[in-house]
Design a protein around this ligand. Structure first.
Ligand code: NAP
Length: 311
């Protein structure tokens, strides 16, 4: 197999060494997709930890030093940092290098990184639809992307061979690959990811503000539903601030629809419209069935959390 078919890059630079950067490094090593992985993160502590864990082969003290001479550069930091990082690496990018990212929004990435991509450099933004609520270099693991989707949003005129190679790279990391327009990506992700996180942040915030129900009661009886929201609501605040600010239009569109539907639900409860409530609850059950059929979650009751249910 050729390097294009294998998705093999000689020197890979990962800018950002947290959950996603770390997991990507482990997945690259598992599949043998690089001869050398060089990493950069803002703090020395993170760089040292990544070296200690062994998911990078060397660390640099600047993004430019890491990107110099690399065949593939992947930005794995919060989306709000991309513009400055792209400006910093622009002068050192060699011809033929592929520059990508893992950011949860794509239109803003094309806007912020695109202007710093020199001629002869392949810019292929990407977003692995995989993650956990944890962050930092200790959170990464090789299997994170297995069976999950990675969406690539190539810009017009993207070199086909570079796109094929980068798609092969993500497949070798365990993902299935789709391509999409950046704007469409942002709309899809607003409903499947950004809105659920905002709802979770909001409901946990509401509970935290309550005065008539004590905080200890909220914690004590959380297994009745509340705790499922707390997983999403414990995701990294910097990352989610940047997602909201950089996918403003699509997030506001979905929040508007959600608010309208919530008002309709409120009206059904107020007027005792049991049929409307039943019909909605019945329709939504089916969505869970489809997710399980698509292999995107386990069919085990309670997400397989009850050990007895796993048997
Ligand atoms: P994370 O675990 O918090 O890691 C972020 C990394 O970026 C850390 O190594 C951090 O270094 C570094 N960093 C932050 N600001 C920096 C700067 N200004 N310059 C250089 N390095 C900087 O975050 P993550 O969950 O891996 O998320 C990274 C990206 O993946 C985000 O763009 C996010 O939208 C995307 N994403 C996340 C998920 C998810 O579920 N978490 C899923 C898909 C995509 P220090 O440790 O030194 O601060």
């Amino acid at each position: 197999m050729s390097d294009v078919e294998k998705g093999h890059y000689g020197r890979v630079a990962l800018i950002g060494l947290g959950l996603i950067g770390g997991s990507l490094a482990y997945a690259i090593k598992r599949a043998g997709l690089a001869d050398h992985i060089v990493g950069y993160a803002r703090s020395k502590e993170t760089r040292d930890r990544a070296l200690e864990l062994g998911f990078i082969d060397s660390a640099c003290e600047s993004a430019a030093d890491a990107a110099r001479g690399a065949d593939l550069v992947v930005l794995c930091t919060p989306v709000g940092t991309y513009g400055d990082l792209a400006a910093a690496i622009e002068p050192v990018l060699k011809k033929g290098v592929t520059v990508s990212d893992v950011g949860s929004v794509k239109n803003a990435v094309v806007r912020d990184v695109g202007p710093f991509i020199p001629d002869g450099v392949h810019f292929i933004p990407g977003h692995p639809i995989a993650g956990t609520e944890q962050s930092g270099p200790d959170a990464g693991f090789a299997e994170l992307f297995d069976g999950r989707w990675c969406i690539l949003t190539p810009v017009p005129g993207t070199n086909q061979e570079a796109l094929e190679k980068f798609s092969a790279f993500w497949r070798a990391c365990g993902s299935q690959v789709d391509t999409m327009e950046p704007k469409h990506h942002d709309l899809v992700l607003a409903i499947v990811s950004h809105l659920p996180h905002l709802i979770a942040y909001n409901i946990v915030g509401t509970a935290d503000d309550l005065e008539t129900v004590t905080k200890s009661e909220v914690i004590k009886y959380s297994a009745s539903g509340f705790r499922d929201f707390t997983r999403l609501a414990s995701s990294d605040p910097t990352m989610w601030r940047d997602i909201c600010l950089n996918n403003k239009d699509a997030v506001l569109e979905m929040l508007g629809r959600f608010t309208e539907d919530l008002a309709a639900l409120q009206r059904s409860i107020r007027w005792g419209d049991g049929d409307a409530l039943y019909n909605l609850f019945d329709r939504t059950r089916n969505v869970r069935r489809l997710i399980i059929e698509a292999g995107q979650d386990s069919a085990a009751p309670n997400f397989g959390r009850n050990p007895a249910a796993k048997k």
